[in-house]
Design a protein around this ligand. Structure first.
Ligand code: ZN
Length: 297
């Protein structure tokens, strides 16, 4: 997306001034708080490093390193297609025009496919510059550069104007944040009234099979998860900011492990993969991932 078009959506992440100025091709400034932001490889970096909390600083280093090793993939893996189906195939999807994925990572697949499949004007943010440069590159290769934009930002200080998005997703995001409340408050600010938020988080330990706990635990430490959520905890958090639960479901039940095992041994057909996937996504609360859609009231 052209920087001047992107600017119509951006705001200062720290003082909420709705009007950032482009003072050179490589620099934005906020006239109100005098903060300036670099534009690196056409990506606005709307972060002041001094304002990041210790968790964000750690996660920036971890993810920049993680994504620097990331290799280009020509095809969407099945699990990503499944995630996209969950986000896109909702009753309200036809009315969406503007979409934001927070923590969209280095493939930018949610943002790219939202533009490609649904023709939504699509935005992606991530705390990793490495991720945003790669995502933008993939968007251009796939000819959706003009319908997508990528911005480096903290989820706790989102750099967008008030009430501009029709749909926001936060996939595997909240569990990484020190202050999930602050992020939900920011989402509330930039999402239009009566519009939708898709959340995917790790389900509470209490609901999943104990034999999975050690894997869950080591993964949490490795990638810096601060917590897991039960649907009750998630509802409590969202209710505080006037979000109402529309639907919720789980994935990653025991059958998923059969699918993963068969995948590892390469003896699974595509048809069987999708058959198992369909069975796996349901309302049984023993799945490792909790998905929920909320509406801003
Ligand atoms: Zn400012």
């Amino acid at each position: 997306m052209e920087i001047n078009k992107l600017l119509t959506f951006l705001a200062c992440p720290y003082c909420n001034n709705q009007d950032l100025k482009l003072i050179s091709p490589k620099k934005l400034t906020c006239p109100k708080c005098s903060q300036s932001y670099p534009i690196i490889n056409n990506i606005p970096v709307l972060i002041n490093k001094k304002n990041l909390d210790p968790q964000e600083k750690k996660q920036t280093i971890w993810f920049d390193k993680h994504y620097s090793q990331f290799k280009d993939k020509n095809q969407l893996e099945n699990w990503r297609i499944s995630m996209l189906n969950r986000i896109f195939k909702q009753k309200f999807s036809k009315k969406i025009k503007t979409y934001l994925d927070i923590g969209c990572g280095a493939t930018g697949y949610t943002v790219i496919e939202a533009a490609k499949q649904n023709n939504w004007l699509s935005f992606g943010v991530d705390i990793s510059l490495e991720a945003m440069i790669k995502s933008q590159h993939f968007a251009e290769i796939q000819n959706v550069g003009s319908k997508t934009a990528f911005v480096v930002s903290s989820a706790q200080n989102l750099p967008f104007k008030k009430n501009i998005f029709d749909y926001i997703s936060a996939i595997s995001l909240l569990e990484h944040l020190e202050d999930d409340k602050k992020a939900i408050n920011q989402i509330k600010y930039i999402l239009k009234k009566n519009k939708f938020l898709y959340i995917c988080v790790p389900n509470t330990y209490l609901k999943i099979w104990p034999f999975i706990w050690p894997f869950y635990y080591f993964n949490d430490i490795k990638i810096g998860h601060k917590r897991h959520y039960s649907i009750k905890q998630l509802n409590k958090l969202l209710k505080e900011f006037n979000f109402q639960l529309k639907t919720n479901f789980y994935n990653g039940h025991l059958i998923k492990f059969l699918q993963l095992f068969l995948e590892k041994t390469s003896i699974i057909s595509n048809k069987l993969w999708w058959k198992i996937e369909k069975i796996d996504i349901n309302n049984n609360s023993t799945g490792v991932q909790l998905n929920a859609i909320y509406q801003k009231k």
